[in-house]
Design a protein around this ligand. Structure first.
Ligand SMILES: Cc1cc2nc3c(=O)[nH]c(=O)nc-3n(C[C@H](O)[C@H](O)[C@H](O)COP(=O)(O)OP(=O)(O)OC[C@H]3O[C@@H](n4cnc5c(N)ncnc54)[C@H](O)[C@@H]3O)c2cc1C
Length: 408
């Protein structure tokens, strides 16, 4: 059910419908045949689905066209991610990787050699990669907390340090590691490097977490890599990803909308056929109201996501709008899945249903890609300006009246 009041362009509507059919007919069908304890799509099942998706042209739709991707806009991707998420193993890769794995976005700013050696094969052959920013010292404020160093030595860099949580670092063919090349500079002292899996000096240890994922701790001990593996210039690590921040946040927002929509659909279906005390659940106001609240909140989250995506596509700075969409979308998704679980009772937490999986995914989604508190901080900083950083501004004169000293 949607009451957005917008007609999508025909071509986009058609793509969205075809992806929705593919997810329902192919991915959900494959997932349903698996043992409920299985954590992920088995490699052969994934490969079979990827081949079909590729044939239909649903491949790396978010990656720029110049590198072999679909080149879809942020708005188009917001519509597509919503549909691609409506199945059990949807996080952290929408479509569970069935629609391909795009490289870490900073790689799009790589050298021609890096594009040929890493970006193209990632897109063409579905290589898995990883991104290692967070460290044991923290992930919310990487400009301060990154302690990993990269020291230039002739035509190599030598990396030393520890990274936390890097998803797929034990499965990926390569990864992008953010390290400090200048200990004096803050944000501008951080550089990004491509590191191949198996490089001597790099090791990984699995760090199991709440959801079914492949988080790892990465240790770098005198890990020597070619100087040509620096992405962009020294100190540009964060500057190079700025233009993709909005898309990263919106991917989470749109996925949360998709999962929430599917959860409420399951709750409605259940409430329409389940009877307790001689009445359908659907006839109880205590069941109707959470469904109504969920529908309203889903709609709000979708509109926030579409608005931010649209503004970004117009060339505007939509980082704050994207923070609003990511914050509201993931918090909303978690609430809605929780309500759906409650309506389904025991079946809600059964591994035969996707809800318990999404519940865990969305709990994590409120922490990654900027925790909710970080997005609140970014939104508040935009609204409050320097005062949010504790800077006192001179009090403005009102109607020519010179204000007294600022109150203590
Ligand atoms: C499943 C999973 C996968 C991940 N994958 C990756 C990955 O692939 N690559 C990678 O680099 N990292 C990854 N991460 C790490 C993730 O990005 C960090 O966990 C996240 O950035 C938060 O950092 P932290 O855990 O160090 O918490 P901290 O930064 O220590 O923050 C702790 C808590 O304090 C809150 N907080 C922080 N600052 C403020 C403030 N100013 N005001 C109020 N509250 C604040 C935060 O919201 C958070 O809830 C992953 C994490 C998980 C759980």
């Amino acid at each position: 059910m949607t009451f957005s009041g917008f007609d999508l362009p025909d071509e986009l509507q058609m793509l969205s419908d075809v992806i929705a059919d593919f997810v329902r007919d192919e991915i959900v069908t494959a997932e349903s045949a698996l043992d409920p304890a299985v954590r992920d799509l088995p490699a052969d099942v994934l490969a079979g689905l990827q081949a079909k998706a590729k044939e239909l042209g649903f491949w790396c739709l978010d990656a720029p066209r110049e590198f072999g991707g679909g080149g879809l806009s942020a708005f188009e991707m917001a519509v597509i991610w919503e549909q691609a998420t409506k199945h059990r193993f949807s996080f952290p890769h929408p479509g569970a990787g069935v629609f391909g794995f795009s490289p870490p976005v900073v790689m799009y700013r790589g050298s021609p050699q890096q594009i040929e050696e890493y970006v193209r094969p990632t897109i063409d052959e579905g290589w898995l990669s990883f991104t290692a920013i967070s460290e044991p010292s923290g992930g919310s404020d990487p400009a301060r907390s990154i302690r990993t160093t990269a020291r230039r030595s002739g035509d190599t860099y030598i990396l030393n340090g520890r990274k936390m949580w890097a998803t797929n670092a034990d499965h990926g063919r390569y990864g992008v590691v953010y390290a400090r090349t200048d200990s004096a500079a803050g944000r501008s002292g951080i550089s990004a490097f491509v590191v191949d899996a198996g490089t001597p000096g790099m090791s990984t240890t699995s760090v199991p977490v709440l959801r079914n994922h492949w988080t790892t701790e990465l240790t770098l001990e005198d890990c020597e890599i070619p100087a040509a593996n620096l992405i962009g210039e020294e100190g540009q690590g964060f500057a190079l990803v700025q233009e993709w921040l909005v898309r990263g946040r919106l991917a989470y927002a749109a996925q949360a909308v998709g999962v929430a929509t599917e959860s409420v659909r399951l709750a409605i279906e259940w409430a329409q056929q389940r009877e307790t005390f001689g009445e359908l659940l659907a006839a109880r106001q205590g069941v109707q109201f959470p469904i109504a609240d969920s529908l309203v909140e889903i709609e709000a989250a979708r509109l926030l996501t579409w608005r931010a995506a649209w503004a970004h596509d117009q060339g505007r700075d939509a980082r704050t709008e994207a923070s609003v969409a990511k914050l509201y979308g993931t918090e909303m998704g978690f609430r809605v899945v929780d309500r759906a679980i409650q309506i389904l009772g025991g079946m809600g937490v059964s591994k035969d249903m996707p809800l318990e999986h999404w519940f865990r995914d969305l709990r994590v989604a409120r922490i990654v890609e900027g925790a909710s508190e970080i997005h609140r901080y970014l939104i508040a900083r935009e609204a409050l300006g320097g005062a949010a950083l504790g800077q006192r501004a001179a009090a403005p004169a009102v109607d020519g009246v010179v204000p007294r000293a600022t109150p203590a």
